[in-house]
Design a protein around this ligand. Structure first.
Ligand code: UD1
Ligand code: CA
Length: 426
């Protein structure tokens, strides 16, 4: 059956205390919270609707640039999660398939879990399914309230809950699957008679029960996946959970992570077998690292980086939007940005690719062909090409292309004044 996804991303995110960035555009290892949710749902849904409101323009721009299949729908003012979903009603008037609802602040959910969730919904002939999990500390989440016979009754928000309800550890993940044709009329009937005076999406559960619909909960074992981000502290916790998950995966695939406690690697990075990642390395965004590489300690890969096999990216090296071909070494204290490095290139310590022109505000590329050797403390002012086999002497500032097998050097001549110090001291 066709699936459309609705992602709630209009809320203010008050608890993040951010003036400049809407909650869903905060990042974990170079990717926004909303980006994680959209990536995990995009293979399942034929279309995604992102509900925007607070900082709408920024969220719209982000979606437009990165997710061609997703539409943004404005919710203004923001009157609650139920109100947010009702914004898609005009777009889905004649739609009769499934709608998967997710929150833009829940980035740890996995695609395979969403798949199982939809399968559960379909195989139970459910008309409305909510995802739940058990939290030892359920504070701030909506609680799943069940009838004595164990069937679902309703969801109660923390702020509306009695002490007895607060003790319930089964919580609402904020992820729902619904047969749109059956549930859509609920959105005209939600009320605001609750502690926050909002239209709660959670009320569709009791509404569904009152309509004698088949309403179910899918209990998720791995509660980490539905961890929602409401505060900076939550953001840090979610980042740690995600990183641990990523590192375990890389280690399972044959990558050595010397110190998992100080290493960060984004989930969109591919790493080949027998590569060693040394401590305090931070790898964010989308990258591809080959086999038998040595990365770090203290290396920073900032996304858009392709590192081929047998490459060394050593201590205090930062790399961004660059390709480093096989058997090349960037050993120490260098910045490689917007560059293409050939095979068997050697980059001396302290080499900088000056890729940014602050006058024109443009970035340019540096191209170092195969077998090029760059002496220590060199600045390569882009756009610049050093052709195959050429050498650059230490301390040079390279502003022109260098032809193959040439030596380029801009160092001023060395002057030695014999006995100069001794004479001064006399
Ligand atoms: C919500 C659920 C709670 C659940 C928790 C899971 C409700 C009423 N509560 O609580 O049961 O346990 O998620 O993480 O649904 N949003 C809008 N428009 C609005 C309000 C919110 O788009 O008018 C968006 C927010 O941007 C956010 C999501 O909806 O991405 C959830 O809102 P939030 O305020 O974070 O709800 P919680 O209090 O976490
Ligand atoms: Ca939330």
């Amino acid at each position: 059956m066709d699936i459309k996804a609705v992602i709630l991303a209009a809320g203010k995110g008050t608890r993040m205390k951010s003036e400049t960035t809407p909650k869903v555009l905060h990042e974990i290892m170079g990717k926004t919270l909303l980006g994680y949710v959209l990536d995990n749902v995009k293979n399942l849904a034929s279309e995604e609707f992102v509900i925007v409101g607070h900082h709408a323009e920024e969220v719209e721009t982000f979606v437009k640039h990165n997710y061609k299949n997703a539409k943004t729908v404005l919710q203004s003012p923001q009157l609650g999660t139920g109100h947010a979903v009702s914004m898609v009603c005009p777009y889905l008037e004649n739609y009769d398939g499934l709608v998967l609802i997710l929150c833009g602040d829940t980035p740890l959910i996995k695609e395979e879990t969403l798949k199982k969730f939809v399968e559960f919904h379909t195989s139970h002939a459910s008309e409305l399914t909510v995802m739940s999990t058990i939290f030892e500390n359920p504070t701030n989440y909506g609680r799943i309230i069940r009838e004595e016979n164990g069937s679902l009754k309703c969801i109660v928000e923390e702020k509306d809950a009695t002490n007895e309800q607060k003790a319930v550890k089964e919580v609402n993940a904020g992820i729902y699957c619904l047969n749109w044709g059956k549930i859509k009329s609920a959105f005209g009937q939600l009320k605001t008679n609750n502690a926050q005076g909002e239209y709660y999406l959670t009320d569709i559960i009791s509404w569904g029960k009152s309509q004698n619909l088949n309403v179910n909960a899918f209990i998720l074992d791995n509660s980490d996946e539905i961890y929602g981000i409401n505060s900076r502290s939550n953001l840090a916790t979610a980042s740690k959970i995600m990183n641990k998950r990523n590192l375990e995966k890389y280690m399972d695939e044959g990558v050595t992570i010397v110190d998992p406690d100080s290493t960060w690697i984004s989930e969109d990075t591919e790493i080949g077998q027998d590569t060693i990642i040394y401590p305090a390395t931070y790898i964010e965004g989308k990258n591809k690292i080959g086999k038998n590489c040595k990365i770090g300690p203290c290396a920073h890969l900032r996304g858009g980086v392709e590192v081929c096999d047998n490459v060394k990216v050593g201590n205090f090296v930062e790399v961004k939007k660059s390709k480093i071909s096989s058997n090349t070494n960037v050993g120490h204290l260098s910045y490689i940005g917007d560059s293409d490095l050939g095979e068997r290139v050697n980059i001396g310590a302290g080499t900088i690719t000056a890729n940014y022109d602050p006058i024109s505000k443009t970035k340019s590329r540096t191209i170092l062909e195969d077998d090029v050797k760059i002496g220590s403390n060199t600045v390569l002012v882009a756009p610049v090409t050093v052709e195959k086999g050429a050498n650059v002497g230490a301390g040079s500032v390279i502003t022109k292309n260098i032809s193959q097998w040439a030596l380029a050097i801009t160092r001023s001549p060395l002057k030695i004044f014999e006995n100069w110090v001794k004479n001064k001291l006399q």
